[in-house]
Write a protein that binds this ligand. Structure first.
Ligand SMILES: C[S@@+](CC[C@H](N)C(=O)[O-])C[C@H]1O[C@@H](n2cnc3c(N)ncnc32)[C@H](O)[C@@H]1O
Length: 245
């Protein structure tokens, strides 16, 4: 885990996604209060948190378990004049330190898988006020018949991964009414995420010579990026915007 975090050091985006996709999801939400209480769960270095603070004018509780990511987020927020709006919270998303129904909007891009999509949605349901909104992205099969190599890879990485219809059912079963959904475009993987990751891999390998564990971490990330080049049409990130029933 420490090596994986070292690999991500200096990156602003720690999962596939893009500013445009975050704004597109925000555009599916129509009636937030003027200064909403927002949470970004598994915020990483704040790829979405900063956009949410700027676009909503509200406060953003940016939650992550890994403190170095939060330090980067706090520095980025301060540099953009958002230090008064974005509050870094070091916590486990399974037990976030907030009262029930505390938030008007809860965001989570590429992170709920850490505790499982269903369990993560259960946490969000507790935190959302009645009529409050969530926007979540989840790694999802885009076909009922994935290519064998991709299926084998994901069976090791994320065996719970399922299809768009099933994930929408999971959102409904968790107590939310989907208001809209879309899948991330390929560029949100190749340009916004794997591009910077591939650059970082070069420096990471140079920083960890003769380190078998570091090489294994780098090789796994490389394999993941290469898999997307070959089979990216069969899987993607489903972005769902939904309202607490
Ligand atoms: C794939 S990254 C995505 C980060 C960010 N949302 C983004 O799009 O750049 C997943 C994030 O979830 C965080 N995370 C993993 N398990 C967690 C947990 N149990 N509680 C809180 N954060 C967690 C990781 O530290 C990491 O920052």
């Amino acid at each position: 885990m420490a090596l994986l975090c070292a690999l991500f050091e200096g990156l602003d985006r720690l999962a596939p996604g893009s500013d445009a996709a975050t704004k597109r999801a925000l555009g599916l939400i129509d009636d937030l209060p003027s200064r909403p209480a927002v949470a970004d769960i598994g915020c990483g270095a704040g790829a979405a948190s900063l956009i949410l603070a700027e676009a909503t004018g509200g406060t953003v509780a940016a939650v992550d378990i890994h403190t170095p990511f939060l330090q980067r987020l706090a520095a980025r927020a301060a540099a953009r004049g958002l230090g008064g709006q974005v509050h870094a919270v070091a916590a486990d998303m399974a037990r976030p330190p907030f009262p029930d129904r505390a938030f008007d909007l809860i965001w989570s891009e590429g992170a709920l898988y850490s505790i499982g999509f269903e369990a993560g949605l259960g946490v969000l349901r507790r935190l959302a006020r009645p009529g409050g909104w969530i926007a979540v992205s989840e790694l999802t099969w885009l076909t009922d018949e994935p290519p064998t190599e991709a299926e084998r890879f994901m069976a090791g990485e994320y065996p719970a991964m399922t299809t768009v219809p099933r994930n929408l059912e999971i959102v409904r079963a968790a107590g939310f009414a989907p208001a809209g959904h879309f899948t991330l475009p390929g560029t949100a993987w190749t340009d916004d995420y794997y591009g910077p990751v591939r650059e970082r891999l070069v420096a990471f390998r140079a920083d960890h010579p003769n380190d078998a564990d570091a090489a294994a971490v780098a090789d796994a990330m490389q394999a993941e990026a290469d898999l997307y080049d070959r089979y990216g049409e069969s899987y993607g990130y489903l972005f769902v915007v939904a309202r607490a029933a």
